[in-house]
Design a binder for this molecule. Sequence first.
Ligand SMILES: NC(=O)c1ccc[n+]([C@@H]2O[C@H](COP(=O)([O-])OP(=O)(O)OC[C@H]3O[C@@H](n4cnc5c(N)ncnc54)[C@H](OP(=O)(O)O)[C@@H]3O)[C@@H](O)[C@H]2O)c1
Length: 244
Amino acid sequence: MTTSHRTALITGANKGIGKETARGLAALGITVLIGARDAERGEAAAEELRADGADVRFVTLDVTDETSVRAAAEHIDATFDRLDILVNNAAIAAGPRKPSETPAATVRQVYETNVFGVIAVTHAMLPLLRRSAAARIVNMSSELGSLTHLADPGSPWSAHSSILLPYCTSKSALNAITALYADELRAEGILVNAVSPGYCATDLNRHTGIRTPEEGAAVAVALATAGEDGPTGAFLAEDGPIPW
Ligand SMILES: NC(=O)c1ccc[n+]([C@@H]2O[C@H](COP(=O)([O-])OP(=O)(O)OC[C@H]3O[C@@H](n4cnc5c(N)ncnc54)[C@H](OP(=O)(O)O)[C@@H]3O)[C@@H](O)[C@H]2O)c1
């Protein structure tokens, strides 16, 4: 690897928006590591993207399993010596249920992936990202995490948010985490942003979304490859900032 060649890790990249983010980054000549908890699904996605002539590889990564996270970091260290781009994409949802009928255990389960998983992966990858000349962290968030929207019963997202407490609040937490990491890492030139892909047809929403996963991936690809004057500590959709 030359000093200018970039390597990206995307969590939960075996399908959906993560896979399309992988495709988009690989098309720019970036070596892409497909993080997936299931080897068969991860390898199949990597193979599909390699068919385009891209350098795409599978890495075992269950974001809720510290041993798996550590092993992925050790593998990247041994193979590439550094990491340039981390896209925290893996997420799950639970519901639909009213907030008052949502067990704490369900919220905890969603947070394990969507919140604690992001923190665990980010911590494990930070030493590798710090060796990059232009490290970027992109956290795949959602408009459903916007406190401005959640506090507005008339918001266009209220039909979804009113029955998805674990998912929505996990993305609110992710937004807060993004802001704090961005603040800490700003002086080191590591740009950290939260993005919203829009409502895309994927397994997460039983394909009810109105955008394609490829359209959803575009904002993540843009932020993952932003120049040194790019934003940090922002919450962005394709067409601009989203209210926190
Ligand atoms: N679709 C939308 O409209 C929409 C809107 C806003 C934000 N988002 C966000 O976009 C991101 C991608 O979602 P998507 O719609 O593409 O969903 P998806 O098709 O369900 O993909 C989710 C991915 O996360 C992986 N994953 C789940 N738990 C994991 C774990 N513990 N470790 C590693 N990987 C794990 C899944 O792997 P398996 O195949 O093994 O389950 C899958 O690859 C998520 O952060 C989501 O919140 C989506």
